[in-house]
Design a protein around this ligand. Sequence first.
Ligand code: NCD
Length: 323
Amino acid sequence: MSPIPRHLLDVGDLGPDGVAEVLRVADSFVEVGHRANPKVPALRGRSVATLFFEDSTRTRVSFETAAKRLSADVLSFATGSSSLNKGESLRDTVETIEAMGIDAIVIRHPSSGAPAQVARWVQSCAVVNAGDGWHQHPTQALLDLYTVRQAFGGGDEGTERISGLRVVIVGDVRHSRVARSQVAAYAGLGASVTLVAPPTLLPPSLEGWPIAGVSHDLDRALRSADVVSLLRLQAERGSGQCVPSLREYTACFGLTARRAATMEPGTIILHPGPMVRGVEIASEVAELPSARITDQVTNGVAVRMAVLFLVLGQGTTEGSDHG
Ligand code: NCD
């Protein structure tokens, strides 16, 4: 049975085999990205709609670039100028889009669970979650895994090495869908995950989270980290009420140049973006060779190509001969 589900709603839906498959397929799409004409016909004749109900720069552009590089037709649905403003429900919008023959809907929504609801409404469309509320952001976690795997040797060997890594996730875990997906993805491949945050920025309960521990001491956590993954304070979700001031947050939990200098040479730094320089990460730290933030963006396109190819291409193209 294929390890790839019809919809990608939660990174946990993939399981370790599905994750390994996405990473493997992404390898060949990274190679495509290096070509003079970075395009393959894998999804010619198929169409992908992006439905973003929240602000986004990189995720939307990344998905649309991925779909175009696979030769799919892309419909970018501007929710601000749609009939949603005339009172149309999400269900009617989705059913209208599906009736036009769209094959995949990539959806970002401020409500946790909206993509799962959409998946229940559609008949034959694939649904890909591009971030829902505080809940999940599966392709972000996958592109993070890809970037870590690349930094630690690449290929299946790199995937295996993830199982021995110590990953530290720092910041606004409470409001972060990225953190929820990352924890599941890293732990699913056997990495040891430590959350570092003030108590107010942790979820009320961590029961069931597959983590090695929680720390409020960033300096200490950095000493034994292989991967340091930073989170933005989610001001739009109320993080401002959880910290006394930005200055104090940065003093205790920001990756400052002084702190970055204490890290082991092989430790890498990740950030999903958008970065707020000077708050969770110092500007000069974001420019260090150990910061793989630009690689994350580049890899994001290949990983999303792999996801779209796998959810849409199953059974419609021969094997992985998509070049
Ligand atoms: C993240 C998101 O939207 O959840 N950004 C992204 O997709 N690259 C993280 C964030 O907004 O802080």
